[in-house]
Design a protein. Structure first.
Length: 492
């Protein structure tokens, strides 16, 4: 994590100053910088400077030839915090090799200061652990904001915690599957939680069998590296609300006996992003000392084909006794989540949120910049709003009751897919999960526990060109929005 400071006066050792440019119309670029840079606006036409998003231009400071000014595009006016966050990340990504960078935007609020700190910090992310030759140029090590605020230390701390949570997800997802598997995931998780006021419990394969976690066991039984369930609890003494996070943690997904095609298998190390996200969120919440109880359930398995693997037509018994006929072993994420959702429900939290790279159908329906959100409409509307605040896009999707009938099984309580059906795959998967959400009490007519299902399959990995603070590879989608959502609940 870079060193970050907020100061009303920039330090003289910074040789790179970042200002912004906006697109006013097709022929004009507007300067978005502190008033000290007014003289620069007249020079913009002499350089190839664009105000479009992700554009970055470097010019010599007209008042000091030993310094350079980086002009980063902010898009159309008016400029908001999301544009500033993305622009800060875009600038920092392009400034690899610079030791220190100062941002000279005309900050109008602490929200904008936090956004730039976040974007810049996330823009420094790299993963070079498996490079035999270290990079010759390092990411920016020192980020300074030229701004005045009474909350500088608090904003720096918040930005660092949130950016560090995103980095944790990216580190875990980037780690190759020969090194990241259910048991090693739990070891890394325990290490990441050191010195935080949390407790944890880990179920190995024997404990999973003893306690009836048939979904996790069934998915993991084809691998020589057994499955795990990890529970992490953050419980402040004065907390009056409790949320549960349930994360899909398939450390590698071959599809099992319903084997994926070779090209579709590449990249399937990312199928544990939901568990990584749940871990990162509870770690950030504990680091901030939020007055909210949070329990994270990390459902970890490696889905491999072998003589011991689950077969199509096998029936698994999920925690609590409900039976599932497995008709496609590549629809495995919902099986491990079912166990986690039941376990989470047993503690009667105020809200359950599951996060999963669950269906390819999510990408077909929503593309690569929008995550599907299904479940309790009122809770989803809050998360959508928090997502907009953080520059993350969640789209509410329906859960049609008629789709549940497609999962009827002749011999079990439910099937995990409808063979041959290609319509509404994301929604059908969510309907399956809904069957495993418990009720708020033991009363037969008690309502089900409020629940949000996030299908991040299309958004968890950026297979295209870098944009904003997001490089190619894992994105850390939903981490910051879930932290904001938790803050809202803790203070409501």
């Amino acid at each position: 994590m870079p060193i970050m400071t907020v100061s009303p006066t920039p330090n003289t050792d910074s040789t790179t100053m970042v200002v912004g440019a906006t697109t006013r119309n097709a022929d004009e670029v507007g300067l978005y910088a502190r008033s000290e840079f007014d003289a620069l606006s007249g020079l913009l036409s002499e350089f190839d400077v664009s105000g479009s998003l992700d554009s970055v231009s470097r010019i010599v400071d007209p008042n000091n030839p030993n310094k350079s000014i980086v002009v980063v595009g902010l898009g159309a006016e008016p400029v908001d915090a999301n544009a500033l966050r993305a622009a800060a990340g875009a600038a920092i990504r392009r400034l690899v090799g610079n030791t220190k960078v100062t941002f000279a935007f005309p900050f109008a609020s602490d929200e904008e200061i936090l956004a730039v700190l976040e974007g810049a910090a996330m823009g420094t992310y790299t993963f070079t652990s498996y490079k035999s030759v270290p990079p010759t140029k390092l990411p920016v090590q020192n980020i300074e904001l030229w701004a005045t605020t009474d909350s500088a230390a608090e904003l720096v701390q918040r930005a660092a915690i949130r950016a560090d949570a995103v980095s944790l997800v990216k580190d875990l997802v980037n780690t190759p599957p020969n090194d990241l598997y259910p048991e090693s995931f739990t070891r890394l998780a325990v290490t990441s939680l050191k010195e935080l006021d949390v407790t944890h419990e880990i179920w190995d394969e024997k404990a999973l069998k003893r306690d009836g976690f048939g979904g996790i066991l069934g998915v993991g039984q084809g691998s020589s590296r057994p499955p795990r369930l990890m529970k992490v609890v953050y419980s402040p003494a004065t907390a009056t609300k409790h949320i549960a996070l349930v994360g899909k943690g398939i450390t590698f997904d071959t599809g099992g006996l319903s084997l994926k095609p070779p090209t579709s298998m590449i990249g399937m190390k990312y199928d544990m992003t939901g568990a990584a996200t749940s871990l990162a969120v509870i770690r950030a919440i504990a680091a901030t000392g939020m007055n909210l109880k949070v329990t994270a359930w990390l459902c970890l398995a490696e889905n491999m084909p072998s003589s011991t693997a689950t077969r199509p037509n096998d029936v698994l018994v999920i925690r609590g006794g409900k039976t599932v006929e497995v008709l496609n072993t590549d629809a495995e994420g919902r099986l491990v989540l079912a166990d986690g959702l039941v376990a989470a429900s047993e503690e009667n939290p105020d809200l359950i949120i599951d996060v999963a790279t669950l269906t390819g159908a999510a990408t077909v329906a929503l593309g690569t910049r929008y995550a599907g959100a299904m479940g309790s409409a009122d809770m989803i509307s809050q998360l959508v709003e928090d997502g907009q605040t953080n520059g993350e896009n969640f789209w509410p999707m329906p859960l049609p009751n008629e789709l549940r009938t497609l999962l009827n099984s002749d011999i079990a309580d439910i099937a995990n897919i409808k063979p041959g059906n290609t319509a509404g795959g994301m929604l059908i998967a969510a309907c399956f999960l809904r069957d495993f959400i418990g009720r708020t009490s033991s009363a037969a007519d008690a309502p089900t526990i409020p629940w949000i299902h996030l299908d991040i399959a299309g958004t968890a990995n950026n297979a295209g060109s870098p944009f904003g603070f997001t490089a190619a590879g894992p994105t850390g989608i939903s981490v910051r929005s879930l932290i904001t959502f938790a803050e809202r609940l803790a203070t409501a």
